[in-house]
Design a protein around this ligand. Sequence first.
Ligand code: FE2
Length: 284
Amino acid sequence: MKMLNQNQIDDFHESGFVVLPGFKSKAEVDALKVAALDLVRRHDFSAYKAVFSTGDELQKSNAYHQFFLASANSVRCFFEDGALDDSGELLVARERAINKIGHALHDLEKEFIAFSHGEKLAQLANDIELSRPQIWQSMYIFKQPHIGAEVNWHQDSGFFYTTPQSVTTFWFAIDDATLENGCLWVEPGGHKSPLRQRMIRKVDKTEIVNLDHTPWPDQSKARPVEVSAGTLVCFNGMLPHYSAPNTSENSRNAFTLHVTDGQCVYAPQNWIQRPQDFPVRGFV
Ligand code: FE2
């Protein structure tokens, strides 16, 4: 059975996104939230602390790149800016200091594997003509009360470049997402604009390359996507989007999957590459 009716499919192609309230049950969402917090509590932070407690700014930057690249096919926790002091010690409780967990939760952690796979997702992918889905990346984003920062306009396709473009983002609201706690903002129809930037992997770092000078949309073209927990916002990787800072008392947790079509050519310069013994997989 299809997950989308023809109107929704047409709307997805026209506006670049579709909003599916209640795609995940409260039980599924709650289980993922518990699993994320549990992961944070038992996570070994020594590698991250080491990045921020050694050397000068250049050494810190190099160490951070290595830490980031190593997260491609593993599970690592990232802190909010300013959550650690100069010696790498946490300034606030780890549950409040965490920014996100990434980037292979969907293949390595039990609750996340369950959440990221299944017939519903496979059918949805089929409805939007993602013929051979490949899940490259997962992120659990915390967007903490008061300190969850803004994420500027960008297009996800630049991080998972394929020819032709096929990146699709599956954005699950784990908490209600509102104007106050930093919901997603999109430019409806903006997926028809060119790809502005692309992230290229060098040996031991990544680099942002400018591809097109089309400006990011002005605020009059941005539309907020306020949704309740359990909603799936599925959008074209070319769709410009951003999220505002969280100025509220409430967290705005979200879980994202970045998926390409295996029928398209996945660029060898993309930052996530899978070794043969850890192949990229689809929804089933
Ligand atoms: Fe994004």
